[in-house]
Design a protein around this ligand. Structure first.
Ligand code: NAP
Length: 267
């Protein structure tokens, strides 16, 4: 995918290593990837590892710098890469809540892409939303798309203000689904199942339904209707879940709160 691109990954923790595995798994040659990570972890053969930006060769010039450190570490990390700012290098940040303007200021310009992935990226099934400033070329956008597609689906937005809602929906969303499993298991136990069996059934039901969604091109509503006979057991449950105080109202409130919190944290 990125034949002639030199990728510099800054931060190789949970998300950084998921990305690295995704790139290598998709066929990016290890020699095209360099990593800066203080603990100098054991990485796949061929990937150059440096403990600090100052250890990078002065001749080295990355096509993409991927910032995958914690948002609170960015102030200490980003300025060390400002020498790369220019039309030949795109900066791709996956940090939650760090706006494009933050990187423009810290790097004194540059082609900046802000991305919001989510944790299923660790198993190649994430979804990432990206937003670029006007310095990012079409080709750089395409490279960023490919880099993030190696860990799941990708969508672009033009209006960066929507990143807060993206964070509220897909960034935080995996936790809502995990909580759905907890809620279903608790409800199954309340209905008389052993807690272990209830958890097994809830977990497998959510995981299996997710897989069905992935493999089917039908809308979620159609998949729901397919398992709902009129007057049957599913219909009885959906009367509660789809009622006026049901899941849509709760989820709308929950995501609105997460969106608001994302806005607050960005201040
Ligand atoms: N995890 C998620 O679900 C998720 C979802 C969306 C976005 N994100 C974003 O992804 C980013 C990384 O999150 P994460 O969960 O992967 O965090 P993480 O596991 O803590 O990884 C960050 C890594 O950066 C390293 N690091 C610290 N200072 C550095 C420096 N100066 N140069 C290079 N590397 C440095 C850390 O090393 P030490 O541990 O030795 O300090 C750590 O290995 C965050 O900005 C987060 O907002 C994460």
């Amino acid at each position: 995918m990125t034949d002639h691109n030199r990728i510099l990954l800054v931060g190789c923790g949970k998300m950084g290593s998921a990305l690295l595995n995704g790139w290598l798994g998709q066929g990016t040659p290890a020699g095209q990837v360099s990593v800066v990570e203080p603990m100098a972890p054991q990485l796949p053969d061929g990937v150059a590892v440096h403990t600090d930006a100052s250890a990078l060769d002065s001749e080295y010039h990355p096509s993409v710098v991927v910032f995958a450190v914690k948002p609170q570490a960015m102030d200490d990390v980003v300025p060390a890469y400002s020498a790369y700012a220019g039309p030949d290098t795109a900066f791709l940040s996956i940090a939650a809540g760090k706006p494009i303007g933050y990187f423009e200021a810290a790097l004194t310009g540059g082609a900046i892409v802000r991305a919001m992935p989510n944790t299923p990226a660790a198993v190649g099934r994430g979804v990432t939303v990206l937003c670029a400033n006007d310095q990012v070329s079409r080709e750089q956008k395409s490279v960023c798309t490919q880099l993030m597609q190696s860990v799941g689906e990708v969508a672009w937005i033009d209006d960066e203000a929507l990143m807060d809602a993206v964070t509220g929906l897909s960034g935080s969303g995996p936790a809502y689904v995990f909580h759905l499993v907890e809620a279903m298991a608790a409800a199954g136990a309340a209905a008389g199942l052993s807690p272990n069996l209830a958890m097994q059934l809830a977990r497998a039901t959510v995981a299996g339904s997710g897989e069905l969604l992935t493999q089917s091109s039908d809308p979620a509503g159609t998949l729901r209707e397919n398992v709902t006979s009129p007057g049957g057991t599913t219909a009885a449950a959906l009367e509660v879940l789809m009622g006026p105080d049901g899941l849509t109202r709760l989820m709308t409130e929950a995501i609105a709160r997460a969106t608001e919190r994302s806005r607050e944290l960005a201040q």
